[in-house]
Design a protein around this ligand. Structure first.
Ligand code: SAH
Length: 214
């Protein structure tokens, strides 16, 4: 059963018009794909896509690109689009390490990381999406005035992420260790799947918004 499901999701993704298949060819040309010059905001590790789908519905003046490495979860995001199609949302199945091959310098206006994998072992630190190695990649693709928003319930990952900022040349505009108790920050907050699950269990949600020192 499991194997059949995986094969099925690969095929469904290959056939989906919501998935960009030639993503490297879009580098520097994402506006052409969306047929407008609206800003491009991306979520890296979007999972089943609840956050980015809701954001795209709420902000039709922004183009959204959701990035996910696993077909089985991406399929769920595709199914949401089949139920409610949005012209300003597209998906890529890819490994985030290759992000600079898909977006040109300054092409992205904002980056969202939500409940990224913790990679708890020290030797895997560079795989963490808010690591300095990834910040260097985001630095390439993000426009000068752009920023990055990160939410997680994982305290260790969050403290690691905060420590990575200065050495990588980034600064925090906002840091909270209990997002859901901060009224101002909660205005317009769109919950992700993991956020719903972990906040319901009583876990505090950590969030930062960061920009570059330049
Ligand atoms: N953002 C969603 C899902 C969080 S789980 C939410 O908040 O509910 C983290 C997701 O990121 C998983 O679906 C995982 O497959 C994806 N992911 C982790 N590392 C990735 C990477 N390097 N490239 C692309 N996707 C990644």
């Amino acid at each position: 059963m499991r194997l059949r499901n995986i094969t099925g999701s690969r095929e469904a993704i290959a056939a989906s018009a919501y998935v960009v298949h030639e993503e490297r060819e879009c580098r520097g040309k994402w506006s052409e794909l969306f047929e407008n010059t609206h800003p491009i905001h991306i979520e890296i590790g979007m999972g089943k896509g609840k956050f980015i789908h809701t954001m795209a519905r709420l902000h039709p003046e922004i183009n959204y690109v959701g990035i996910e490495k696993y077909s089985s979860v991406l399929l769920r995001a595709i199914q949401k689009m089949e139920e409610e199609e949005l012209p300003n949302l597209r998906f890529i199945r890819m490994e985030a390490e290759e992000i600079t091959e898909v977006f040109a310098p300054g092409e992205v206006g904002r980056i969202y990381l939500n409940f990224s994998d913790p990679w708890p072992k020290d030797r895997h630190a560079r795989r963490r999406l808010p690591s300095r190695q990834f910040l260097a990649r985001y630095d390439e693709i993000l426009e000068a005035q752009g920023w990055l928003e990160f939410k997680t319930d994982n305290r260790n990952l969050f403290e690691f992420a905060v420590e990575e900022l200065a050495p990588a040349g980034w600064r925090a505009h906002v840091i909270t260790r209990d997002l859901h108790k901060d009224k101002a920050l909660m205005e317009g907050n769109v919950m992700t799947e993991y956020e719903e699950k972990f906040s319901a269990m009583g876990n505090p949600i950590y969030k930062y918004i960061i920009y570059r020192e330049k």
